[in-house]
Design a protein around this ligand. Structure first.
Ligand code: ADE
Length: 255
């Protein structure tokens, strides 16, 4: 039974949403916008850096989970391992009706992406899990459909495209071939990992990705990413606000 389904089978409005955001720079504006507060007694194991912000906004209980700073290096815990772990722990602890993974991404201009664009992912897959053995190859790619939100994308006039996920900001030639095989327009470091966990635990998940850098452009990725991060984060924050406002008062099947 889906979380937003009553025992009588009649859909009820979504009440509990989980937003997963990997970087503090991306998360803080959303925390501020919804006036979320940090949970000093988070449901997570003692000593992990994962941070839970929460609050009530309109008819929704919002939980925003940021994986926090890596205890060894002190930087944001980006990438698939942390995002899978926090998504698992947060679903177990908070039983959300819906997951929103929001963050920045690289985009391919040849497939229609520009800096500042907001995409909703239709599908998520990995591009750096190469296992050239029959069927294991498909497991490695791990392609999953995101929860479809036709009304949301229409109402908010958002671009829809496929997302490819890997644990590197840069892109090797092999990654590029896999991204092309995944038919992806946007590339991130968390989406397919969140999709994997959401699928395992049968929680609908949507992916809101804001383009900070053009992968098939002429600027070095890290430089372009850092240059655009602040401005694009503002666009991401606005998009998340619109998505949450659209979700408020609706049931899962109305998205
Ligand atoms: N996040 C922002 N830009 C990215 C890129 N080019 N690759 C992966 N993740 C990203």
């Amino acid at each position: 039974m889906a979380a937003a389904q009553s025992s009588g089978g009649v859909e009820r409005p979504i009440s509990n949403i989980l937003i997963v955001i990997a970087m503090q720079t991306e998360a803080q504006p959303v925390v501020n916008k919804f006036e979320l507060i940090e949970d000093p007694h988070s449901p997570f194991p003692q000593g992990v850096p994962w941070v839970r912000y929460h609050g009530k906004y309109k008819d929704l209980n919002i939980n925003l989970i940021w994986p926090g700073k890596d205890p060894i290096s002190g930087v944001d815990s980006v990438g698939t391992i942390s995002s899978a772990l926090v998504t698992y722990a947060a679903i177990q602890a908070l039983q959300p009706d819906l997951i929103i993974n929001a963050g920045t991404a690289g985009g391919f201009k040849a497939r229609g992406a520009s800096v500042g664009d907001i995409f909703i992912a239709s599908d998520c897959a990995f591009h750096d899990r190469r296992i050239p053995i029959p069927v294991f190859d498909l497991y490695g790619v791990g392609s999953r459909k995101a929860f479809e939100t036709p009304n949301l994308v229409k109402e908010l006039d958002l671009k829809v495209a496929k997302l490819s996920t890997g644990d590197s900001l840069d892109m090797t030639e092999q990654d590029e071939s896999s991204i092309t095989a995944n038919d992806a327009t946007v590339k991130d470091m968390e989406g397919a990992a969140v999709a994997y966990v959401a699928d395992l635990l049968k929680v609908p998940a949507i992916f809101v990705k804001a383009v900070t850098d053009i992968i098939d452009g002429d600027k070095p990725t890290a430089e372009e990413f850092l240059q655009n991060l602040a401005a694009v984060t503002a666009a991401l924050d606005l998009a998340v606000e619109k998505v949450v406002n659209f979700i408020n008062g609706k049931s899962i099947s109305e998205l």
